[in-house]
Structures are given as C-alpha cells and as structure tokens.
Design a binder for this molecule. Sequence first.
Ligand code: ADP
Ligand code: ASP
Ligand code: MG
Length: 413
Amino acid sequence: MSLIVQKFGGTSVGSIERIEQVADKVARFRADGHDLVVVVSAMSGETNRLIALAHELQERPVPRELDVLLSTGEQVTTALLSMALHKRGVPARSYNGSQVRILTDDAHTKARIRQIDDQRLRADLAQGCVVVVAGFQGVDEQGNITTLGRGGSDTTAVALAAALQADECQIYTDVDGVYTTDPRVVDGARRLERITFEEMLEMASMGSKVLQIRAVEFAGKYNVPLRVLHSFQDGPGTLISLEEDPQMEAATISGIAFNRDEAKLTILGVPDMPGTAYRILGPVGDANIEVDVIVQNVAADNTADFTFTVGRADLERAEEILRRIAADLDAREVRSDSRIAKVSVVGVGMRSHAGVASQMFAALADVGINIQMITTSEIKISVIIEEKYLELAVRTLHSSFGLDREPRDENTA
Ligand code: ADP
Ligand code: ASP
Ligand code: MG
C-alpha cells in the first residue's frame, strides 16, 4: 500500500462525464489499497473565462481580487469530484487551498508556496478518506487568497507529495507522457520513457508547457518521483527522476522546446565602456522585468549595439524604459521586435558529446533560417529566430537529432 498524489488537469475534468471517468479511476486506485490525495485544476477554459470577465471590467484589476476570482474555478471541480466519488461509495472530502493551509507568500497571481500543513489531510487519510484538494491556490499570512501562476496545479500536487512524503506524484493530462517536443506541433514526436529533473526543467523553462516550471523545481529539490500520464489511456507515461535512463546513453538530445512568448529590444550606438550594460539592464531589472537572452556587438567606432529579450507582456514597459536610457546614453536608436521565437535543444548527453551546436546551426542553415541570437547552458542550446520559421525549425531539428518516431507500418491494413 502506498500514498499517491494524483493531479488531473483542466481537460481531464472538463465536463461531468470526464469527472465521472476520473472518479472511476480514483476509485480503482483506492480499491487497490492506496491512500490518495487528488489535486484538480479548473474545468478547461474556466480560468481563461474568469480572466476575460475581469478584463471586461478593468484593464488592470487589482491582483488580490483577481486571485479571489480565479480560485473559484478549482473549488468547483473539487466539490464535483468529491460528489462523483460519493456516488461510487468512496468517502471523499474536498478542500480549497486555504482550508488545507497551503501557506504562500503574498505575491498575488504568482505566489510561492512556503509551507503546507498536512495534519488535516493525514487525519482524513487515516480515516480512509480520499482527499480532494483545489490546485493552483493558497493563502498568505494575512489570510488573503493567492494563486500560483498559470499551470500552478502541477505545483500544488508536487508540493503536497513532498509535504506528505508520498511514494509518487502522478500528473494526469491529455497526453500520455512527456514527448521529445510538443506533439501538437510535430507529428513524429516520441514519448520519453524517462527524463531527468534537470532536463525537464530546461524543457519547461524553454516553453514545454506540459509541466509548470515551479513544479519541476520543487520535484527536483525534494526528489519527488514524478510521472506524467494520460488521464484516460493506460500506459507507463514518463518518469521524471534524478537518474538518466540507462538505455538512453546513446541519445545526445532528449527534446526540442520552443516558445513564442518573448520579444526583442535593441539599443544601437551606446558607448563601449565599463558600466554600459549595467546602465541599460539595471533599470529594466528594477522594474521587475525579466531579461532572458543578451547579446552585445562592438563596432569599430567604439560604440556597441546591445540586444536583449523580455517577455512579450513586458515589451511596452521595457521599451519605455529603454527610450529613457537611450536619451541618457546618447544612443543612436531603439528598435523592438515581437515577431521572434526561441527554439532550444535540450539533453544531458551534451555534456559528453561535442558538435551539438554546429549540428544545430547547420540544420537551420540548410533550410534557410537565420539565427538572430544564441545562448547556451551546459545541457541546452537556444536560438532566437523569426517567428514565422518556428515550426519549420522545430521539425527540422527534431529529425536532424534523430528524435522522430519510426513511421508506423502503413502496409498493415
Ligand atoms: P493540463 O490541463 O492537464 O495541465 P496542459 O495543457 O497544461 O494540460 O499540458 C498538456 C499539453 O502540453 C499537451 O496537450 C501538449 O500539447 C503540451 N506539450 C508541450 N510540450 C510537450 C511535450 N514536450 N510533451 C508533451 N506535451 C507537451
Ligand atoms: N486553472 C489554472 C490554469 O489554467 C491552473 C492549472 O490548470 O494548473 O492555469
Ligand atoms: Mg497544465
């Protein structure tokens, strides 16, 4: 008998019929003798619907109120799933984040979990109850409702698994595991048997939205065995763990990640002297704007061009700041471009294999894609390209690094 935390995403609880199917699954696990804590997301589309309602009223609603609104989505599904379990004769109790006491900081809409009080959950489990917890939400020291950022139910599940020292945290979703790249973009994407926390963290940070980044960080930090599985199909899913897959030694690259969420800013003709980078990026950082890729080129006339990327949502604010800095630095020009995308190849095998970067650049050159910026880490290489070439780039790299699935045998009629 083991303690399992299971999380069901939005599409898996998107209708009463689906909630009934989830209840069947949970009931089967319980019949097998497992203790279960089940975390649910809001019904698919619900969080977006609530955000749109708020924006009908106000362009920038106060984050505290937005959190009160957004947390309702998950409360609905906890109650419905508990009812569906009762209908099957399974004792179950639903809780929202503040009832469990998932204590967070007060950073509304992107709060971080600080502590979880597991007493209530343990008492219910001891009585044979399935505990159903609302994902994506917590409460701050003052008792205000907070939310954990989009996709945050994954983090709720992992944090509960860590707090309860669960045997496994199972993330049920609409794909049967973590793929070499988003299967919605590349038909030939392949399910991975295993991936390390480190690789998954790079994949998630680089845009693979199958797991929230913070959930992966948490799982790595507390060594929570994490598995991504399909809600309604049987299969082994993908195990995310500390160790590499022993059979995967030959593969240098585990996956291709991408995102369209960034924009690029360039300031041209700034003085090439100590302190310039700080004078440009200092005020951007002070405004709480995250900077990702940075490139500086020095020209012959002792000036430099400085380019960096920020989240698209921050572009307008960052550009305003940069125009002010440009005046101070007597820069020639400020340019901005939001039609960019980032593509990354990720794999721990890069540590022991040379030539990954050149293979990547050659593959992109072959299909005529220009690289605007490059950044690397020990297990990742990312390039910024024009957005319209994103899908071509992902497909090209996927096959260049040998990640495509064997074509299905078309002759078996
Ligand atoms: P949920 O609502 O269950 O949390 P998400 O939509 O957040 O589900 O995550 C599942 C989706 O993530 C899949 O439908 C898939 O399109 C997308 N995805 C992106 N990258 C990957 C990847 N590398 N492997 C699997 N799925 C991915
Ligand atoms: N409902 C929230 C969202 O859509 C949290 C989640 O689904 O994980 O972002
Ligand atoms: Mg999700």
